[in-house]
Design a protein around this ligand. Structure first.
Ligand SMILES: CC(=O)SCCNC(=O)CCNC(=O)[C@H](O)C(C)(C)COP(=O)(O)OP(=O)(O)OC[C@H]1O[C@@H](n2cnc3c(N)ncnc32)[C@H](O)[C@@H]1OP(=O)(O)O
Ligand SMILES: CC(=O)C(=O)O
Ligand SMILES: [Mg+2]
Length: 361
């Protein structure tokens, strides 16, 4: 059961910071994963500040069991020694049923709670998981004297989590967003793919057979197939739940690091459906996400033209042979708001958007 409205924004521990009333819409095109216990990766982190919207120190899967403490300590060291400037600093803690998570939280909050923006919680099954983290964070924040509440991000990677998606989003004012966890989710659902995200050549639809002059189907004739997106349903569900609760949806990992083309396609599908970003597992994927999750200059120019032509935002106009009205101007405002937010942190994009504005609006 969720808390009554009058208690929803009350701190859950005496002395804990007041919960946020609204989750800030900070650009987060790429959530870049690194293992803080891997010296080579960790050494690269300070130079990545400013080149990526989110740097995430991962403590969960992909960190070997024997290295859990080392990675946790590495994260504390990085958090203390790095000035993150405009880049957000997140962590993914171990799962709530693991032997490591309690030490993760009781170490990270007092040591670097003032530096961390968001705590990503894996394998969230329902509101009860968020309630547990919510109360514990409040107690730890109060003890550490933090003035800013930590936000919580849940990975959607179990069938139960997907079934409980709305209650997860609504469980706490800390909820910042959701990511798709395609690997664990595939295993939990008993899907028959061994890929980490992305499509599958077997998941397709086939063109109807051609017919001969008598109308008899030619089943053996060449027929085009169209590969489909295995993740469409889950992403769409995630986008609706997040939009309804004022929080943010993200595509998760794309494991085929070398297939930059398919990664870009998968990220773009997520962008078009409403996701604000995706995970990057390797530096090469930061470039892809930054490109895909930034509106194109053409889209921004068109959106600005529509907004200018629509005046007070009511009625209908024709632009380049197409009808624009009260609804489409809202779509255009979404595009321009994102472009403005990105231009504020990305000088290269700002220059591109400014140039188009002068020439084409
Ligand atoms: C299903 C899930 O839960 S997904 C989330 C969990 N998984 C992860 O977090 C995986 C993170 N990424 C990685 O571990 C690595 O990128 C791997 C294992 C996939 C590939 O690593 P490598 O084989 O070393 O890749 P590659 O040789 O191309 O690396 C090139 C350089 O980039 C560095 N690098 C690779 N990945 C990263 C990263 N995520 N962050 C920073 N630097 C990185 C490497 O250390 C290497 O550095 P060097 O040039 O100084 O030697
Ligand atoms: C993202 C993640 O944790 C998964 O796909 O399982
Ligand atoms: Mg997982």
């Amino acid at each position: 059961m969720t808390r009554p409205a009058k208690d929803f924004f009350a701190p859950l521990a005496v002395g804990a910071p007041a919960p946020l009333r609204e989750i800030p819409a900070r650009p987060s095109r790429a959530i870049h994963f690194f293992d803080p216990g891997n010296e080579k990766m960790a050494a690269k982190v300070p130079d990545m500040v400013g080149t990526v919207d989110v740097l995430l120190g991962n403590l969960e899967d992909a960190v070997k069991a024997e290295n859990k403490e080392k990675s946790r300590q590495g994260l504390v060291d990085i958090g203390k020694s790095t000035d993150f400037g405009p880049t957000q600093f997140w962590t993914r803690i171990n799962s709530l049923d693991s032997p490591w998570v309690l030490d993760d939280l009781t170490t990270l909050v007092p040591e670097i709670g003032d530096k961390l923006d968001v705590i990503m919680v894996p394998k969230v099954q329902g509101a009860e998981d968020i309630h547990y983290v919510d109360r514990l964070l409040a107690q730890l924040e109060a003890r550490a004297g933090l003035t800013k509440p930590l936000q919580v991000h849940a990975i959607l990677e179990t069938a139960r989590g997907v079934a409980n998606i709305e209650e997860i989003c609504a469980a706490s004012p800390r909820m910042q967003g959701l990511s798709l966890g395609p690997a664990d989710l595939a295993a939990d659902r008993r899907m028959k793919t061994t890929r980490v995200g992305g499509g599958h050549p077997g998941y397709l639809v086939r063109q109807d057979p051609a017919r001969d002059d008598l109308g008899v189907p030619q089943y053996d004739a060449q027929r085009t197939t169209y590969q489909q997106d295995l993740w469409h349903y889950t992403i769409a569900r995630m986008v609706d739940a997040c939009a309804m609760h004022g929080i943010y949806p993200y595509y998760g990992p794309f494991g085929d690091i070398k297939d930059t083309v398919a990664c870009e396609d998968q990220f773009r599908n997520a962008f078009l459906l409403g996701c604000v970003g995706a995970w990057s597992l390797h530096p090469v994927q930061i470039t892809i996400a930054n490109k895909v999750f930034s509106p194109s200059v053409e889209d921004v120019a068109h959106a600005r033209r529509v907004i200018a032509a629509m005046g007070d935002g009511t009625g209908a106009v024709m632009i380049d042979g197409k009808m624009e009205d009260d609804a489409s101007v809202k779509q255009c405002r979404v595009m321009v708001a994102l472009a403005d937010a990105l231009a504020a942190i990305d000088p290269e994009l700002k220059e591109q958007y400014d140039r188009i504005e002068v020439a084409d609006v």
